[in-house]
Design a protein around this ligand. Structure first.
Ligand code: G6P
Length: 371
């Protein structure tokens, strides 16, 4: 009913708009009075966490892209190597895992069979498994050594949106907690990161408030192929943007690492080809910003229609962008919580404009309980 959808057309629209709350709730109640992260629910000895020498994230679909974002943050904050692997690939290739490996399983439903099999395999090799799960009482948290729940609330639409933002948020908490336990960061540094994180829900709301611009572009999109480019944490965002479009609108879509463009994908660019580009913050480290701007120039010169996601005030993108979807300033590692939102709105609106059922796309299931 429309009441269940909170007045929105579809569950997907509602869940996209629930995202500031999904992130806020996932952050709530996870610090003590002194402002230190407190994840008691983990029930893993701090000594075990201090001994971890490798993290392997296992997940499927959108949850795997949350893991991909986590890799950037956790390696940067904790200096622990992080691998991210699709659960079904991990399980069948004889991966190197042992007592010092922390396997992090990310799953909205907690029931994905591929992910469950990866969890069991990891435990057989002696690894500890920590799961990041949205659904209480499901199978994967029951079998895990530790659980960090996301508080996105029930996600009804088959394709994941708010659970994704909550998963990313939970991995930030995990990364900062590991940094706290292992002494990689001073308490005031962690407090600063947490303050940045707590500012994100309002910024996500700002992106939602600007959604009409994306919707207008989506309604007029008549291409049957869309490309997505991103770099650093923008890369998994590009992959997720492409996945949303495949799932919801049945359009051929592909995400690429922007640096890979010249190694192949640029051959796909012909006049009129729509390409989304997620531009890193101009305040970020290294010269990634200017490299991605060069990528936009290169594809524009070949006739691409450039749909650019950029930070407020980034004047450099303007000369080469056909459209700019602005997002508020944020620390680079946290920026996926903002930059993915226009891509979700785009896929949802395009599919709706084509008369498709965005809540229940063809051939897909909310939780895949078979291998
Ligand atoms: C299915 C859904 C996807 C989801 C994936 C993983 O394929 O259609 O939206 O990302 O499963 O689900 P999980 O519940 O493990 O996060």
């Amino acid at each position: 009913s429309s009441a269940e959808k909170g007045g929105f057309r579809t569950y997907m629209d509602k869940e996209i708009h629930d995202q500031p709350q999904a992130v806020a709730e996932t952050l709530l109640g996870r610090t003590d009075a002194a402002g230190r992260l407190q994840l008691d629910e983990l029930r893993i000895e701090e000594s075990v966490l201090r001994a971890v020498d490798k993290i392997v994230v296992v997940a499927c679909g959108t949850a795997a892209y949350a893991g991909h974002v986590a890799k950037y943050a956790i390696e940067h904050w904790c200096r622990i190597p992080v691998e991210v692997e699709l659960a079904h690939e991990f399980r069948y290739r004889d991966p190197v895992v042992n007592e010092k490996t922390l396997v992090v399983a990310i799953t909205q439903s907690g029931e994905t069979m591929d992910t469950l099999m990866a969890v069991r395999h990891a435990q057989e090799q002696g690894a500890k498994v920590l799961s990041i799960v949205n659904t209480h009482g499901s199978t994967i948290p029951r079998e895990s050594d530790a659980v960090l729940y996301t508080h996105a609330g029930p996600e009804i639409a088959v394709a994941s949106t708010k659970a994704f933002l909550a998963q990313i948020t939970a991995t930030y908490l995990l990364g900062l907690y590991l940094a706290q336990v292992r002494g990689n960061k001073f308490p005031d540094e962690i407090a600063e990161e947490l303050a940045d994180l707590r500012a994100m829900p309002n910024k996500i709301q700002t992106v939602l408030d600007r959604g009409d611009h994306v919707r207008v572009i989506a309604r007029w999109m008549n291409s049957d192929s869309v490309l997505f480019l991103g770099r650093h944490v923008g890369y998994p965002v590009a992959l997720e943007g492409a996945l949303k479009l495949k799932e919801l609108a049945y359009i051929h879509a592909e995400g690429f690492a922007a640096g890979e463009l010249k190694h192949g994908p640029i051959a796909l660019v012909e006049p009129g080809q729509p390409v989304f580009v997620i531009v890193p913050s101009p305040r970020g480290r290294d010269s990634l910003h200017s490299k991605v701007i060069s990528n936009i120039q290169e594809i524009r010169a070949r006739g691409a229609r450039t749909l650019v996601i950029a930070e407020d005030g980034d004047e450099d993108v303007k000369p080469y962008a056909d459209e700019v979807f602005w997002v508020p300033e944020a620390p680079t590692l946290l920026s996926p919580l903002l930059s993915v939102v226009p891509l979700q709105i785009f896929a949802c609106e395009l599919a709706t404009a084509r008369g498709l059922d965005v809540d229940q796309p063809r051939n897909l299931a909310k939780s895949v309980t078979v291998e």
